[in-house]
Design a protein around this ligand. Sequence first.
Ligand code: SAM
Length: 246
Amino acid sequence: MSDYDRFAQKYSEAMGDEGDFHHRVSIDPQVYSIIGNPMGKYIYDIGCGNGYMARKLANEGAKVFASDLSEKLINIAKEKSKGLDIQYRAHDATDFSLYQNNFLDLVVMNMVIHYVKDLDELFAGISRVLKKDGVFVFSTSHFFRPDYPYSEWVEGKINGKKQLFIKVTGYLKPTLTKVISWWDSKTELKIYNRPLGILVNKMSKHGLFTFRVEEPESVGFAKDFPQKLRESHHIPTFIIIGATKK
Ligand SMILES: C[S@@+](CC[C@H](N)C(=O)[O-])C[C@H]1O[C@@H](n2cnc3c(N)ncnc32)[C@H](O)[C@@H]1O
């Protein structure tokens, strides 16, 4: 049983057909903007969850493949996708054995990469299945994300002016952290924290060259701080990266 199997129904309900608040407001607009017009494209959604993004892309004319480690989420996704031409499979993100060489226009991984242990295996697979000039887009928690054990929101002053800060430590050291899932308050999720340089340089090593980085400003966090501070912190919670296969 995968971790997300334990709270698949709850997760799916929270995502619904358009994603939750953070997806709708901060993450997905950037992901969709990198995807561009999906019409006629072959797209693979890795770690698709309940498949809401796969369905949107299929409804807009893409041929969609989607996978997730959670069998329960894949079953939910299939149930929700009746009548749509989406090929769902339950397997690990690094398993590309079912996919041909050079046949996809685009691979998307929305909020999944931090669960993947072996980036070399992942990027080698993505590079193999993408066509030349194909696009890989992923989102992940920003390296300044306050929820993570190595950072937290603080209020302080610079030049006498009150500001919100993030206290960050350990950024350069790749770590495996175990966090209790927000979804059931008991499942321990393993998160692989890596600095931006490791992600970008490893992609390059496998022929995936970064062409776009989006860092939408945090919305809806630091709720306990005064509105004025929240509005002026200019700190991202998520990062979205687009790369091209060369
Ligand atoms: C935060 S959810 C994101 C789901 C979906 N992309 C979305 O944005 O709603 C993370 C997803 O990654 C899946 N996942 C975790 N580890 C995985 C792995 N090693 N291989 C494939 N999927 C994985 C989980 O089952 C879950 O569906």
